[in-house]
Design a protein around this ligand. Structure first.
Ligand SMILES: Cc1cc2nc3c(=O)[nH]c(=O)nc-3n(C[C@H](O)[C@H](O)[C@H](O)COP(=O)(O)OP(=O)(O)OC[C@H]3O[C@@H](n4cnc5c(N)ncnc54)[C@H](O)[C@@H]3O)c2cc1C
Length: 353
């Protein structure tokens, strides 16, 4: 199995299964973490997707890794006498400080590359080009930064996707003739060959400021098909995010202009549409809903991803982040998971867990 493109089943779960020490209970929808009279976690209850009945799995330690919002949902649904506000939530921060990366994008064509030479640009995706944050916030009107990812090259060709020829209709000549892009048969093939590899695009991924009022919480009136209460969301992007998106658009426009590209999409930034800032959740880098910190009054987890209120409970996904910088989130999730795992092994050996 190819391992060039990371996914947790591929890279983590199959090798773990091979050790013979892992049992996977599939088709199981976790409902809540079960705790005992002392407030310690004893296991997880789940609904089987096969027979819709409820079961329980016991554990000396419970580790939640359900992604930021679902982990908050599990914690908030795990109410008990010892944890009346939900598990790990005496600080009342679970579900709050919800944040996603800021994102907006722009793209078009580089006429210089029309009819370009073919060569192999196969890769895991993207252009293998990346611009880290490079500016000084003291000279800007927004905090935090963003990085830029680029698209282009010889991706799998498909009419419409990645080609977007309609955007350049009639603007360029093919074999000396002005051309309406599109059509069927020979004309379609001619377009594909001519425009293929000339597209260029870029997207910003920026750090949002974490605010307590941006939150998910249990909807008291709605359950899913397993009978488990669902989340509802209340997130508003601030002026910081909008100004950052404006800066992204201005930067992209300048780059496209300076490289001689024709912009065919994404040059739509106005104050009314928040400069094309993607909606919260669109970039799929949710984080912050069980924040980590030294102070148990203002955070849910300590620096080992361990609940302040329940020492044998750990949350190892994006929920533990207080901030996610401008970097994509997953490597840091993996690093923190590894750190928490080593700590758990160590603490178990010392009989502290
Ligand atoms: C299209 C797409 C592109 C992305 N691209 C990038 C990228 O380029 N770079 C990057 O850094 N990140 C990227 N991300 C984000 C990345 O996928 C997430 O940050 C990462 O998967 C989070 O890992 P996790 O283990 O916390 O959660 P997940 O990977 O979401 O894993 C959670 C698991 O828990 C299971 N689960 C959830 N709730 C329950 C429940 N109640 N009961 C039982 N099981 C449950 C889910 O089925 C899932 O298997 C991308 C995400 C998407 C969707």
């Amino acid at each position: 199995m190819a391992k060039a493109d990371f996914s947790s089943p591929n890279v983590l779960i199959y090798p773990a299964l091979k050790t013979g020490k892992l049992e996977v209970i599939a088709d199981a929808m976790a409902r809540e973490v079960i705790t005992d009279d002392n407030g310690k976690a004893t296991g997880v209850s789940y609904v089987s997707k096969e027979d819709m009945l409820e079961y329980q799995v016991d554990g000396r330690v419970v580790i939640l890794a359900a992604s930021a919002c679902e982990t908050a949902r599990l914690l908030l649904n795990s109410k008990s006498q010892r944890h009346p506000n939900g598990l790990a939530n005496s600080s009342n921060v679970v579900g709050k400080y919800l944040q996603d990366s800021n994102g907006t994008a722009m793209g078009g064509y580089l006429p210089e590359l029309f009819g370009r030479k073919r060569y192999n640009e196969d890769g895991v995706g993207g252009m293998h080009v990346y611009t880290p944050w490079w500016l000084d916030n003291k000279k800007l009107d927004f905090p935090r930064g963003y990085h830029i990812e680029y698209w282009g090259g010889f991706g799998q060709p498909a009419y419409g996707f990645g080609m977007g020829m309609q955007g350049i209709n009639g603007k360029y000549a093919v074999n000396g003739k002005k051309k309406e892009a599109g059509g069927y048969g020979a004309s379609l093939k001619e377009d594909q060959r001519y425009f293929y590899g000339a597209n260029v695009g870029m997207a910003g991924r920026g750090e949002a400021v974490a605010f307590e009022h941006n939150k998910c919480e249990i909807d008291p009136n709605t359950v899913d098909k397993y009978g488990i209460p669902v989340l509802r969301f209340d997130v508003t992007q601030s002026d910081h995010e909008i100004k950052q998106a404006k800066h992204m658009k201005e930067t992209f426009r300048e780059m496209m202009h300076n490289m001689g590209a024709v912009i065919t999409w994404g040059d739509d930034g106005t104050p009314e549409n928040k400069y094309g800032l993607d909606k919260p959740g669109y970039i799929i880098h949710e984080a912050g809903t069980a924040r980590m910190g030294d102070n148990a009054k203002t955070s849910a987890l300590n620096k080992w991803s361990q609940a302040h209120d329940c020492n044998n409970l750990f949350c190892v996904d994006g929920s533990q982040f207080t901030s996610q910088a401008d970097k994509n989130i997953t490597w840091t999730i993996l690093a923190l998971s590894m750190r928490a795992s080593e700590y758990i092994i160590d603490e178990m050996k010392k009989q502290n867990l």
